[in-house]
Write a protein that binds this ligand. Structure first.
Ligand code: FES
Length: 249
């Protein structure tokens, strides 16, 4: 990165030859979206650090010397003078291959099938050699759990075909507060959350916790353990929400 532009300083970069204002070092994907350009992605969320796992957010970048490369945009920093080109033949070709690979990892995901169809990909050509056939290993659930919720209940384990997202020793995670943030961000919706008989279960992490009862409405609304986590983290919650909560262990 150039030393003449400190991180966070204003810079001008180009999209398809047209100049735009940006901030040196910000995520190129976020800058493109800010200006209304559509770039597909599955593993990016502005609340967490970029990881570059799904490889869908490809763009072509031409640097000041005219050198061209296809790169993921979520973890590419905006720099002065670059020209970003969307949907070039190279980008489309690479993206289609990526979509085929992702579909092989999670062939039954409606979200993924829809995205693939939008790009003309059927996805019956490849088969993934992995344990689970619904997760694309994008790591978004783990980053949200660690960086936003502040819990770190899950993580990537093993290597090669055995690599997967899971809880320590594959047991019900004691750290999980059943907030459901991982379920909400998962692009293939493979984690699962159920609520039954006053308990919430995060299906994939085998974590079941009783729901606390609101003192005022009498409704079960959220896991007791979650309330205690945030009470500690934020320095206290109104004690009224704890009054009728069942024991959580
Ligand atoms: S959004 Fe950039 S690699 Fe997934």
């Amino acid at each position: 990165m150039s030393e003449t532009h400190p991180f966070g300083s204003p810079v001008t970069f180009n999209i398809g030859g047209k100049p735009y204002d940006g901030t040196y070092g910000e995520s190129l994907l976020e800058a493109l979206r800010r200006y209304g350009y559509e770039v597909p992605s599955l593993c990016h969320h502005e609340a967490v650090t970029s990881y570059g796992a799904c490889r869908l957010c490809l763009v072509e970048i031409v640097d000041k010397r005219g050198r061209r490369k296809v790169s993921t945009s979520c973890n590419f920093p905006v720099q002065a003078g670059i020209d970003v080109r969307l949907d070039t033949p190279d980008v489309q070709k690479h993206r289609r291959v990526v979509l085929e690979l992702l579909l092989a990892m999670a062939p039954d995901s409606p979200e993924l099938r829809e995205l693939a169809a939008e790009h003309g990909v059927q996805g019956d050509r490849l088969q993934a050699d992995q344990q689970e056939h619904d997760c694309i290993l994008c790591g978004l659930c783990e980053r949200v759990c660690r960086e936003v919720v502040g819990v770190s209940a899950i993580g990537m384990t093993a290597r090669g075909a055995a690599k997967h997202m899971g809880t320590p020793y594959e047991e019900a995670s004691e750290a999980c507060i059943a907030c459901g943030a991982c379920v909400w961000v998962c692009p293939t919706k493979c984690i699962g959350l159920t609520e039954k008989d006053g308990k919430r279960t995060i299906v994939r992490w085998k974590r079941t916790l009783p729901l606390a009862v609101c003192e005022q409405t009498g409704r079960q609304f959220t896991p007791q353990f979650l309330l205690e986590h945030y009470a500690k983290r934020l320095g206290g919650l109104d004690p009224i929400v704890f009054k009728k909560a069942p024991p959580y262990r």
